[in-house]
Design a protein around this ligand. Structure first.
Ligand SMILES: [Cu+2]
Length: 195
């Protein structure tokens, strides 16, 4: 099941939250990463109302996480020693991954070598289509968002990411670059995991 909550659908305006991300591309779960606004100055009743609203939102996220946990899995970081083959992917400033379609078998561990052949930074992020779309929208609003999740690699121009990933469930796993504008320009690809 895909995540029922999109990052940009949360009503944040009245809440003391400055920054958040809700999709953890590493494990397909929602990770609630909140940063309370240090400039928030509330008093009395308004304070209570806002904190109650925040509590309700966190509860909703917690249950969404529980649901996401039983749903689609994008796999997990793999053991390089167990990778039977290597897939090389090139990223370009034309906002493309080459190849942008990869076939794997369920349970297979792939060594990925992802090269940034462009002049600007790009990312390689695993996720479900819904997670990536929601996350790209959140990134547009918060371009300085920093990620340290498994399955999320930021790659500087001329450099590469070299890692192993194991695909644990059959279905479709997507990958994308979530730098603002890149996802919408088509910087995404598909991995078909067959039984
Ligand atoms: Cu990019």
């Amino acid at each position: 099941m895909d995540t029922p909550i999109a990052c940009n659908s949360l009503v944040m305006g009245s809440l003391p939250v400055r920054r958040w991300c809700c999709a953890n591309p590493g494990n397909g779960k929602i990770a609630a990463c909140f940063q309370l606004d240090p400039n928030a100055t509330w008093a009395g009743e308004e304070f209570m109302i806002r904190w109650i609203a925040l509590g309700a939102m966190l509860l909703a996220l917690a249950s969404a996480e529980a649901m996401a946990d039983t749903g689609a899995s994008i796999g997990k970081p793999g053991d390089l020693a167990k990778a039977a083959r290597t897939v090389e992917v090139e990223m370009s400033d034309a906002m493309r991954f080459t190849p942008n379609k990869i076939d794997v078998r369920q349970g297979e561990t792939i060594r990925f070598i992802v090269r940034n052949a462009g002049q600007v930074k790009h990312e390689f992020v695993f996720g479900t289509a819904a997670h990536l779309k929601a996350h790209a929208a959140a990134m547009s609003k918060h371009p300085d968002m920093v990620h340290a999740d498994p399955g999320h690699y930021a790659i500087e121009p001329g450099s590469k990411a070299d890692f192993a990933w194991q695909f644990t469930k059959n279905g479709v796993v997507e990958f994308a670059c979530l730098i603002p504008g890149h996802f919408d320009a088509g910087m995404r690809g598909t991995i078909v995991v067959r039984k």
